[in-house]
Design a binder for this molecule. Structure first.
Ligand SMILES: Nc1nc2c(ncn2[C@@H]2O[C@H](COP(=O)(O)OP(=O)(O)OP(=O)(O)O)[C@@H](O)[C@H]2O)c(=O)[nH]1
Ligand SMILES: [Mg+2]
Length: 439
């Protein structure tokens, strides 16, 4: 239980009457937690007083660690409420931390990302944002633009008649530098979304090529049924999978083939739908036999697919590499795989190559060192970039400087929205509504 605000320092001696007064800040103490109205001991608990400003919220904070029983928690909560406390709203502790300058808005938003992270990669990103990585990139760009804005506004005030004022070379270079920095941050935007939200992977191919075996090998558990009988997987099997920290919603599909069997036909139809819904397709071919009619149908299904208008990236694996090669390098007729690898689930060979290829396909290339994963931040960066573009347009066509200053101010404001220099209550409300109570 955490209490923040002016009532916090009074609580230790009320709740722990047996302990001597004089609670030191940041020193935990253990004792009987007593209900002051009845004098009854509720639990044996730890109390921790943290004096402002060295606390999460920046206010005086008292934290109680009792045994996890909901009954105990309820009683402690009731005692605190009777002493004038009120229940925290979702994210209120973090909101106060932001309002008291303990963290900026991007850091505050990272708190919820840490709580919600579904993969190592997204947790990593959230923690780095919490540490202030994004803010440290944004702040210098913004303060440079603020300096330039001051300069432009001074020029407006001192403009001489008939002499069109011009921005000096050095200032223009600084503007260009700022825009490049913003664009660099935007470069990893797509990766940021993938790392945060994950990608959908469909494992497809003709029957019996080893799709389910590969799915199991990637998962490290026997999720899908594997047998020598073609047509073992008759329906899609879904599982979440982490590949090098990237979350994949993975779908093992029924082998694609031309079939008269009703059940099989439905399975194939579902496989096709899985391909349509995928960001990444892993096409499995059996290297130990020549390309069959079913392989061709599978290849066509993968080539013809498109997902929300943009095609999924395709990784091909030539499986059963432990057996003699009867396939060679097939021509993929119009299909351009991002990688072609070889694998053998029997020898457990090539799984790293598949993982690497899947990661690259999902991220659309090499992993950026730092990416902006929050859509709100990306939107603000885009607006900043656009406004800076308008500034350059304006300078080139010698529009009045007050118009230039208008665009420059918009760029500064967009960056300020990320770290929280310019935010209104409505936006704060929207951000912190997403939080859970107690954060
Ligand atoms: N030699 C060899 N056999 C393999 C390999 N991978 C899978 N197999 C075998 O191939 C057969 C089919 O494997 P599955 O993983 O069920 O193949 P699938 O593509 O899921 O098959 P369907 O679900 O029927 O479409 C099984 O007998 C596997 O043991 C491999 O790398 N080498
Ligand atoms: Mg299968």
């Amino acid at each position: 239980m955490r209490v923040s605000g002016p009532l916090a320092p009074a609580l230790p001696s009320i709740l722990f009457p047996a302990l001597s007064d004089g609670w030191l800040s940041h020193a935990a103490r253990v004792g009987g937690l007593v209900d002051p109205s009845s004098g009854e001991t509720v639990d044996e608990a730890l109390g921790l007083l943290m004096r402002a400003p060295r606390s999460y919220t920046g206010e005086d904070v008292f934290e109680i660690q009792c045994h996890g029983s909901p009954l105990v928690l309820e009683r402690v909560l009731r005692i605190c409420l009777e002493r004038g406390c009120r229940a925290a709203r979702p994210g209120e502790f973090t909101l106060r931390a932001f309002l008291n300058g303990r963290m900026d808005l991007a850091q505050a938003e990272a708190v919820i990302d840490v709580v919600r992270a579904r993969s190592n990669a997204s947790l990593d990103l959230a923690v780095r944002q919490l540490e202030g990585r994004l803010s440290r990139r944004i702040d210098p760009i913004r303060s440079d633009l603020v300096g330039l804005l001051a300069r432009v506004e001074a020029m407006i005030d001192f403009v001489e008649e008939d002499v069109p004022p011009e921005l000096d070379e050095a200032s223009i270079e600084r503007l260009e530098h700022a825009q490049r920095a913003v664009q660099t941050l935007l470069e990893g935007a797509e990766q940021g979304i993938v790392l945060r939200e994950g990608a959908t992977l469909a494992i497809v191919g003709s029957p019996n090529v080893g799709k389910s075996s590969i799915m199991n090998a990637l998962l490290g558990l026997e999720r899908s049924i594997v047998t020598p009988i073609a047509g073992t997987t008759r329906d899609t099997v879904e599982e979440t999978l982490q590949v090098r920290g990237v979350p994949f919603r993975t779908v093992d599909t029924a082998g694609i083939t031309i079939s008269e069997d009703v059940v099989e036909r439905i399975g194939v139809e579902r496989s096709r739908r899985a391909i349509e819904g995928a960001d990444v397709v892993l096409l499995v071919l059996d290297r130990s036999r020549a390309l069959s009619a079913s392989d061709t149908v599978a290849l066509e299904a993968v080539s013809g697919q498109s997902h929300n208008g943009h095609a999924a990236r395709v990784v091909v694996t030539l499986n059963k590499s432990d057996l003699p090669d009867a396939l060679g390098r097939p021509s993929f007729d119009g299909l351009v795989p991002t990688s072609v690898v070889e694998s053998s689930t029997v020898l457990e060979d090539g799984m790293e190559a598949i993982r690497e290829a899947l990661e690259e396909a999902a991220l659309g290339g090499e992993r950026h060192e730092f990416v902006v994963a929050n859509v709100r931040h990306q939107d603000a960066l885009r607006r900043c970039d656009e406004s800076l573009g308008a500034v350059f347009e304006g300078l080139k066509s010698s529009v009045p400087l007050d118009l230039v200053s208008f665009d420059l101010r918009a760029a500064v404001q967009a960056l300020g929205e990320i770290t929280g220099q310019n935010v209104d209550d409505e936006l704060l409300d929207r951000i912190f509504r997403e939080f859970c109570i107690g954060k």
